[in-house]
Design a protein around this ligand. Structure first.
Ligand code: GYE
Length: 311
């Protein structure tokens, strides 16, 4: 006998306009990620004519490959991937291609395959360069010539980790700064706190800058700095910078804890919807699309800027 799900299938089939999408999301590790998920879920709604299959891969690459294969089995119309790591993709992307399902990559890049139709995201190396250039200007202005840095990296092998590391290192090397250590905090607040606690034990009195590869790691690092009785921010002893520019980072700068945050825009939902709508009409899409970004520091009117922030 026909049941409700048969009826729903029949309704979908009758409505040939419903676009079925599978989205293999990285996880839920940060405020940035939450904003990214909300952006996709709000645009790819049933009201807008989409059927979204969303998988939170919990920062596990094996789960992410499995999710993509699941979407192939379900014969979705499009697959969106935010790749946890940048390599290991060619086989599964070949499977997508053979199944005739276009893949759109967002945010982090895939570096060992070009079997996707479009990528939209940030230039992570530029973000790292911008953080380095900011630190150069800031330390020059304060007359700090001895720059000793601890880096808390993002997830190892993520293009965001690779680009931010490379960009910052380029400026550090050009200025003769000392990078004492660089370890992963996996883009989480707990990870940032744990790495900072161990740094404080190992490098007590030897560092004056902490670079965290996302805001949430910085929140954890700042907690560890305070717990150890040390000070940070524009009036403290340790300079802390991070990436993303989520709302909580503005609050941290306003509180005087964080010095600066380098923007990374997570609102890719509407950008991907535009790509899909073009593809539906048989139009060409650009293969690579970068998003413009800024930075924010405590010299700015952060209360006012915060009111304008969407994530
Ligand atoms: O910086 C971090 C998130 O891939 C750019 O992933 C993204 C990064 C972002 O967990 O907060």
């Amino acid at each position: 006998a026909a049941d409700a799900s048969d009826a729903a299938d029949a309704a979908d089939a009758a409505d040939g306009d419903v676009i079925k999408i599978g989205f293999a999301q990285v996880g839920h590790e940060s405020d940035w990620r939450t904003a990214s998920t909300n952006s996709a879920q709000s645009i790819f709604s049933a009201e807008n004519g989409y059927d979204l299959q969303f998988v939170d891969c919990d920062q596990d690459s094996a789960v992410q490959l499995e999710a993509v294969r699941g979407f192939i089995e379900q014969d979705v119309d499009y697959i969106i991937i935010d790749p946890i790591v940048s390599t290991g993709w060619d086989t599964v992307l070949t499977e997508c291609e053979e199944a005739g399902i276009p893949v759109i990559v967002i945010d982090r890049t895939i570096d060992d395959s070009d079997k996707y139709i479009s990528w939209v995201g940030s230039n992570f190396k530029n973000e790292g360069l911008a953080a380095g250039e900011w630190l150069k200007a800031y330390t020059d202005a304060k007359g700090i010539s001895d720059v000793n840095v601890l880096v808390i990296e993002g997830t190892t092998g993520a293009s965001a980790q690779i680009g931010r590391t490379d960009g910052f290192k380029e400026i550090a090397d050009a200025n003769g700064w000392n990078i004492l250590d660089s370890q992963t905090g996996d883009f989480t607040q707990a990870g940032g706190q744990e790495v900072m606690e161990s740094y404080i034990k190992s490098y007590e009195g030897q560092f004056n800058v902490v670079v965290c590869q996302n805001d949430n790691e910085a929140f954890g690092a700042i907690d560890a700095i305070h717990a150890a009785g040390k000070t940070c921010g524009p009036d403290g002893d340790i300079i802390v910078v991070s990436f993303d520019s989520v709302k909580a980072a503005f609050e941290s700068m306003i509180a005087g804890d964080l010095n600066a945050t380098f923007e990374c825009n997570p609102l890719h939902g509407p950008r991907v919807a535009e790509i899909i709508q073009k593809l539906e009409k048989g139009e060409e899409v650009e293969k690579i699309q970068y998003v413009d970004e800024a930075y924010f520091d405590t010299s700015m009117d952060l209360e006012e800027i915060l009111k304008t922030r969407a994530y």
